[in-house]
Design a protein around this ligand. Structure first.
Ligand code: AMP
Ligand code: ZN
Length: 438
């Protein structure tokens, strides 16, 4: 492992498109054969009259059945395993707010490959063995904890499993241990900065921070830029999901021109969520992923529900792994209010344009007198002022800008800094208190 090398895995990262696709085809064939060990896929293939030998080209991926989160729930806990349980060494499970939770199983090889993928991402944005990597995300079932832990260790960085919350301790660690790289969900980074300000800590002069990895929840480009300005370092978008192990699926390179999805690990498809047909490059659709090197629980054409688009398949960084746009949200996070479809990220994008506003906001949906309404509470950036007319004028401007974007008029409420709830994990941006009429 050469320290001066730009790529951690040059043999995989710099493959030409034809080389990458040849590798994908070889791995796809193996994966499909291996899936026949899972009772779930065996049954699906039998019902569809499909055999692993039908996969002759990469396009044949479209012959394969889709897999959904519901399939994971229906086969809970072990029905999608493709290896005997005694070969598995780890299990991650999602909390599952409705119905059964989901379970993802890992063999030793899966854990190793996962660590390799995360290490590749961190190396790509400049981490080296002499870095100090502080991981401020929750450990336990949330894969951002162990995923980044193993990845940063694999790379050889000094890794600090700080876990989520306790901002004063986080800041002390950063200063005392000389943290150079930090991973956290974006909403927590902004919280951390507010505490730094209160404590009189200037991240630019009082810490050695040089790079941030932010992800696990949707955030706008404007939010990222704010984070970069606050901490004075680059913040790279990191995409992952438990079903695909966790972090390490997609990550931005130094050009920050979309997320490179590792195509030696996954086949990436973007489909129309209604017809399930592929959409042309550049058009928004649902991200569908097929795992290519998973042992315990390979997944074919997994419908992620995340909406994004292909930005390109080449990059000045020398990697030809597909670049995807930042996620605009999950199809199941979409708010449908009075027949209008709205993504929380659209609201965030507008709010972030106002310098007077802070970083925390909450969207509440209510039914008042049989009408469904949206209230957007947003924290002010500075001290709350008693200057009532100027606050009213600001509220009015924000309301107008939001209306232009979402085509509905929300109630905008400016609230003092620090007054909205902050979650230690992924931010809760929407509270739906509407009456449900059936
Ligand atoms: P979980 O499996 O609980 O970690 O959740 C995975 C989901 O988090 C994904 O399907 C996305 O909806 C969301 N997510 C993860 N990373 C990002 C990111 N960088 N940007 C936007 N959403 C993300
Ligand atoms: Zn690149």
């Amino acid at each position: 492992m050469e320290d001066s090398s730009k790529y951690l895995h040059p043999d995989k990262e710099t493959l030409s498109r034809p080389e990458l696709e040849a590798l994908q085809l070889e791995r796809l064939k193996q994966t499909v054969k291996h899936c026949m060990n899972s009772p779930f896929y065996k049954k699906k293939f039998d019902e569809m009259g499909l055999s692993p030998d039908d996969i002759k080209s990469l396009d044949d991926v479209r012959k394969l059945p889709f897999t959904t989160k519901q399939d994971l729930r229906d086969t809970y806990p072990f029905g999608l395993a493709s290896v005997p349980l005694r070969k598995c060494i780890r299990l991650h499970s999602s909390s599952g707010t409705t119905g059964n939770p989901t379970v993802i199983l890992h063999t030793q090889k899966d854990i190793d490959e996962w660590a390799n993928a995360v290490a590749r991402c961190l190396w790509m944005v400049g981490l080296r063995p002499d870095d100090v990597f502080q991981n401020s995300s929750g450990y336990g079932m949330f894969t951002g904890g162990l995923g980044f832990q193993y990845g940063a260790e694999r790379l050889g960085a000094l890794t600090v499993p700080a876990a989520a919350g306790n901002s004063l301790r986080q800041i002390k660690f950063m200063k005392d241990f000389g943290t150079t790289a930090l991973h956290a969900v974006p909403s927590y980074v902004t919280r951390l900065y507010e505490v730094m300000k209160q404590e009189g800590v200037d991240p630019r002069t009082d810490t050695k921070l040089k790079v941030l990895a932010i992800g696990a929840e949707p955030h706008s480009e404007a939010q990222r830029q704010r984070i970069e300005e606050m901490l004075g370092v680059k913040a790279y978008n990191s995409f992952g999901m438990s079903e695909m192990c966790g972090p390490g699926v997609g990550f931005e390179c130094e050009y920050q021109n979309g997320l490179h999805f590792w195509e030696d690990y996954y086949i990436v498809e973007i489909v129309d969520p209604q017809t399930l047909e592929p959409v042309p490059d550049g058009e928004i659709g649902e991200l569908v992923l097929t795992t290519l090197n998973r042992e315990a629980m390979p997944l074919l054409r997994y419908r992620t529900r995340d909406l994004t688009r292909v930005l390109g398949r080449t990059c000045p960084c020398g990697r030809n792994h597909v670049r995807l746009d930042r996620m605009r949200g999950r199809s199941d996070d979409m708010i449908v209010l009075r027949g209008v479809n709205i993504f929380p990220i659209q609201i965030e994008m507008i709010l972030m344009k106002f310098k007077e506003l802070g970083n925390n906001y909450l969207i509440t949906l209510t039914t008042d007198d049989d009408n469904d309404n949206m209230t957007v509470e947003v924290e002010l950036a500075g001290l709350f002022t008693d200057d009532y007319p100027s606050l009213k004028a600001l509220e009015k401007n924000i309301t107008r800008a939001l209306k232009d974007e979402i085509l509905l008029t929300p109630h905008v409420k400016l609230v003092p800094q620090g007054s909205l709830p902050v979650s230690e994990g992924k931010a809760v941006r929407v509270v739906d208190k509407r009456k449900v009429y059936q």
